[in-house]
Design a protein around this ligand. Structure first.
Ligand code: SAM
Length: 281
């Protein structure tokens, strides 16, 4: 059996009792390591689970999945995913391959950025499509997120923006020379996201949002030092929210008075909040 087990959002103790029971008896325990991270290192998980944990990078999960799946034909294999196994990235390719091999799959769910986001004070009912923001390069500034935000804004809905994670990146030179040397991991910040959003708005010039639009920066949701910062996109371009992971929510027009009262508490500048709120396009 292949068990896909959600680890929740913060540390080793977020795993459910059901999940922990499987981890303790599974033949092998893999940790998917490229779509999200916990605030603790793998060693901390191993100590708490009392089991060795094998890091599963993108290559192993997407191109070499049989290495994981062969074991699941006759034994129990635990595949750990930070957050919920079906929150954002769904690993459908792995599940389809398991199906082809007639391997039964069981999922043990957990909190995800997709549902815990309500902690920022905005109601899940009022969110539109979730979008992803990737790191722009000198030659690549994808803006497909913009059209989805435009649809959300058109309906007055909030937009959750998930931010890029780059692990095991290689320089052009190392890639060409086939060297397995990797750059340090990069996690997009709220400030980088706000900056890229404004650059795209300037290019498109459609005024879907602008520098006065209200947004909420979210950092390390679910951990003891989780942080929220409410401000205009312009304010957030230079707001430091500390260590990863970060997400950003663009606030929509459909907003209840209670949501307003709640988010006001996180305002970067409380004295300006009412003014900024009134200006929110
Ligand atoms: C692919 S998604 C997360 C999928 C994960 N399986 C889940 O259910 O939460 C990864 C992105 O979600 C956001 N994210 C995940 N956990 C977060 C957290 N604790 N605080 C803030 N943002 C988070 C970040 O933008 C991160 O780059």
């Amino acid at each position: 059996m292949l068990y896909c087990i959600g680890l929740g959002l913060s540390d080793e103790k977020d795993i459910t009792v059901k999940g922990l029971e499987v981890v303790r008896r599974a033949e092998k325990v893999y940790l998917e390591s490229y779509t999200s991270i916990l605030i603790v290192a793998k060693e901390k998980l191993e100590e708490f689970y009392q089991r060795p944990v094998i890091i599963a990078d993108r290559e192993l999960v997407e191109s070499d999945s049989d290495t994981i799946l062969q074991g699941a034909i006759s034994t129990d294999i635990a595949f750990l995913v930070v957050g919920d196994p079906f929150g954002a990235t769904t690993h459908l390719d792995l599940l389809l391959r398991a199906k082809e091999l007639n391997i039964p799959v069981k999922t043990i769910h957990n909190a995800s950025i997709m549902n815990a986001i309500g902690a920022c004070g905005l109601q899940l009912y009022n969110f539109g499509q979730t979008v992803s923001m990737v790191f722009f390069t000198d030659t690549w500034t994808p803006s497909s997120f913009y059209d989805k935000i435009k649809e959300n804004v058109g309906c007055g809905l909030h937009t959750l923006i998930l931010l890029d994670i780059k692990v095991k990146e290689q320089t052009e030179e190392n890639l060409i020379k086939g060297r397995r040397i990797y750059e340090p991991p990069r996690y997009m910040t709220v400030a980088q996201c706000a900056t890229q959003m404004l650059a795209v708005e300037e290019n498109r010039g459609e005024d879907v949002y602008n520098k006065n639009s209200l947004a909420i920066g979210i950092a390390r949701l679910g951990s003891d030092d989780q942080a929220f910062a409410v401000g205009t996109l312009e304010q957030l371009t230079c707001w430091d929210m500390g260590s990863p992971l970060h997400s950003l929510v663009l606030v929509g027009r459909k907003i209840h008075d209670m949501e307003i009262d709640f988010i006001k508490d996180f305002a970067i500048d409380k004295t300006q909040f009412d003014f900024h709120f009134a200006q929110n396009p």
